[in-house]
Write a protein that binds this ligand. Sequence first.
Ligand code: UD1
Length: 426
Amino acid sequence: MKKLMVRGGRRLEGEVKISGAKNAALPILAATLLAEGECVIKNVPYLTDVDNIIDILRPLGMFIERQEDGSILTRVEDDSCSTATYELVKKMRASVCVLGPLLATRKKARVSLPGGCVIGIRPIDLHLKGLRALGANIEVIHGYVEAEGEKLRGAEIFLGGAFGSTVLGTANVMMAATLIEGTTIIENAACEPEVQDLANFLRKMGAKIEGAGTHRLVIEGVEKLTGTTYSIIPDRIEAGTFIAASAITQGDILIKDMRIDHLHAVIDKFREIGVEIRKVRENPETGLHDVRARGGKSYQSCDVATLPYPGFPTDLQAQISTVLTLASGISVITEKVYPDRFMHMSELNRMGASVRKEGNTAIVLGVDFLSGAPVMASDLRASAALVLAGLVARGETVIDRIYHLERGYEKIADKFAKLGVEIKME
Ligand code: UD1
């Protein structure tokens, strides 16, 4: 099994280019199931999760191939299969976003329930509630969602639960609604940039969607969607991780081709603790930003609560927590999206951090230093947190189960190495 070795103590300096957003690429690739004709998706990162969605789409009759220029070409060749098996879905929860497109185009879907994962139970009840409201008959049996949708019609749906809106639930219902008769209104829709990106892609294929980026989506069904070319937005979580890397190493990084407007809550928090973050350039053609993040000599503690967008993203909670283990004073981190998402904390404690958990809150008492240790990655963002800790820990940190990191960070070891880190994949 691959391990990552990081030697701490280097100040990160230089430039890093942000890759395409994993969480936009996955539903957008699933949405190509809806297209008549070819789609070309650009800026799709090279990640295991992208390979996983390709593995789900091929048995569903799709021709799907990475081109020499890095873009992904897709075409529906055979629409007779509508099953996504447990063997494939269990590898990646986001596979569930084929449900909406299959129902809309093939009128039926058989998709394995994804199950929980280390960050929590993660139900899909809201996905099913939304699709049922559109008229789908859905049964959950033998671990599979069996859905039939001969008579789907637009409907008004409130899509919220105990933890607020749902990103992939919104994506599933929005995709299903594009091709059915009538108008669908999704209230309490997720407004994450990745949902907006999916809506923009669907619109480019001919869908009629209004309100993307707000909590109210209005979708008027159309008869068909046609293939198109589309470029994925940059990964805001990767950009936020590099801000954290610059912060924790007192570094100076130019983060290229990111979207500063997707990270307001994150930038605000890092500035609050003492990191200097400045937009250096905006490309008028692409709307992308180059941002300079300069770490300070020491940091203030702060309170962070994760929330749906535009709040502080849960996918950056582990990373900022790691920076706060070295801030002066006590920080209080409240996880309002995944109350159990604190697996990284016990590993950070093994490296010398002082973190205590109370319900969905972690109380972090800043310490003077972390020390390298063998640690175990438990999930994607937790792995990133351990790499960040390794960057600054005294001595060597060896991170086991690093395959989690490769699910969501493109060429991460190379990117860190270019910024001056002594890092090695073994
Ligand atoms: C997406 C992201 C993930 C991110 C999460 C929250 C992708 C591929 N993944 O996951 O990286 O951490 O958004 O920003 O885009 N919930 C229910 N019932 C449901 C669905 C969700 O109760 O049917 C709960 C979840 O358990 C969680 C909260 O709602 O507490 C938000 O989950 P959701 O937005 O659905 O996360 P994902 O879309 O799965």
